[in-house]
Design a protein around this ligand. Structure first.
Ligand SMILES: NC(=O)c1ccc[n+]([C@@H]2O[C@H](COP(=O)([O-])OP(=O)(O)OC[C@H]3O[C@@H](n4cnc5c(N)ncnc54)[C@H](OP(=O)(O)O)[C@@H]3O)[C@@H](O)[C@H]2O)c1
Length: 310
């Protein structure tokens, strides 16, 4: 099976042959059609997680995918060969189970069926970023009357967070460089934009003089963001920020770990199918070019990068 993998410590991520795995009890083998790139893939490829998570080489990269059920293990009743499915790999150990591969074996109970109107690339790109955005917005319990700053709005998680926050009724202030990035977040529903390459404080106070009621932290300095909140404001962080890092005790800080469930994936995919949620795919790479997608992830880009398999 061809896969984008890291063969050993200090090895670069490269497309290579890895062993095919048969689905175990309760698992299905998915013939992958598309997978997306997330921060964890870039971190694994760079070796940043060697001392933090167990690695069993070869480590196949990729957390979220869409494809077709190719075979089923014992005890799988809910899915059949040929079903179109999307999923997110949630294992905390890294190894053969990765999404940027011709096939992956995963528990059937973790998968969502893809609506007919949603393309495999879209379903793969929604995955981890969409679920994380969902959980960030959920943690803030946003509603009409909230003014929420999304810091990191131009990336994968941020692009979904802008849309979900706006759909919840909040007024969205998005970070973006001037030009194409600002146009991009406006099309997703941001009412105001601030440029994170210069001081945010005067820009935000021009929009919300008393401060914003909430902030979504996907990038940037948590203390600088917390300083922009009204008293009793709420900050949700995808980067594990704590109250100590925020440097204020009159605001709440919630670290959020995106937890993928079939229910959340189904709800996001339904929103894509009905046109409520846009999936901003900036570029699609062939499997043979997947290492380049990992490299490109860390440069300035908008939205999601997707690998098309084969
Ligand atoms: N907790 C979780 O469960 C979870 C899940 C998924 C991802 N994450 C983490 O969340 C982060 C974002 O993921 P992603 O996939 O959205 O990454 P991404 O696509 O690279 O997006 C990050 C965005 O942040 C922008 N940015 C960089 N520095 C900034 C700053 N100081 N202020 C405002 N914006 C800034 C970048 O834009 P420029 O190009 O303009 O710099 C980029 O568009 C990553 O660190 C990832 O590891 C956490």
């Amino acid at each position: 099976v061809r896969a984008l993998a890291v063969a050993g410590r200090d090895q670069p991520a490269a497309v290579q042959d890895v062993e095919s795995t048969e689905p175990g009890r309760g698992e299905v083998r998915v013939a992958v059609e598309a997978a997306s790139v997330n921060g964890i893939d870039a971190a694994v490829a760079a070796g940043h997680l060697w001392d933090m998570l167990p690695h069993e080489f070869p480590v196949v990269l990729g957390r979220d995918f869409a494809g077709t059920v190719a075979s089923t293990g014992d005890g799988v009743d809910e899915l059949r060969v040929g079903d179109r499915v999307a999923g997110v790999i949630t294992d905390l150990s890294l190894g053969r189970r990765g999404a940027i591969a011709e096939e992956v074996a995963v528990p059937a109970a973790t998968l969502a069926v893809i609506p007919a109107a949603v393309a495999a690339e879209q379903a793969a790109a929604v995955g981890l970023a969409g679920v994380t955005a969902h959980d960030l917005v959920d943690a803030l319990a946003l509603s009409r009357g909230d003014v929420v700053l999304v810091s990191g709005a131009t990336g994968g998680v941020g692009a979904f967070a802008v849309q979900l926050a706006a759909a919840a009724g909040a007024r969205v202030v998005a970070t973006a460089r001037p030009g194409a990035a600002t146009d991009f977040v406006r099309t997703l529903g941001a009412e105001d934009c601030v440029d994170h390459t210069s001081d945010l404080a005067p820009q935000v106070s021009g929009i919300a003089p008393a401060g914003v009621t909430a902030a979504i932290h996907v990038a940037g300095d948590p203390a600088a963001l917390a300083a922009l909140l009204q008293p009793s404001g709420r900050l949700a962080s995808a980067l594990g920020a704590t109250v100590d890092q925020a440097g204020r005790d009159d605001v709440s800080v919630t670290p959020v770990m995106g937890v993928a469930t079939p229910q959340k994936l189904t709800s996001l995919l339904d929103a894509v199918a009905s046109g409520v949620l846009a999936v901003p795919i900036m570029r699609t790479y062939p499997l043979d070019g997947a290492a380049q997608a990992i490299t490109d992830f860390s440069t300035h880009k908008l939205g999601k990068l997707v690998v098309r398999v084969p």
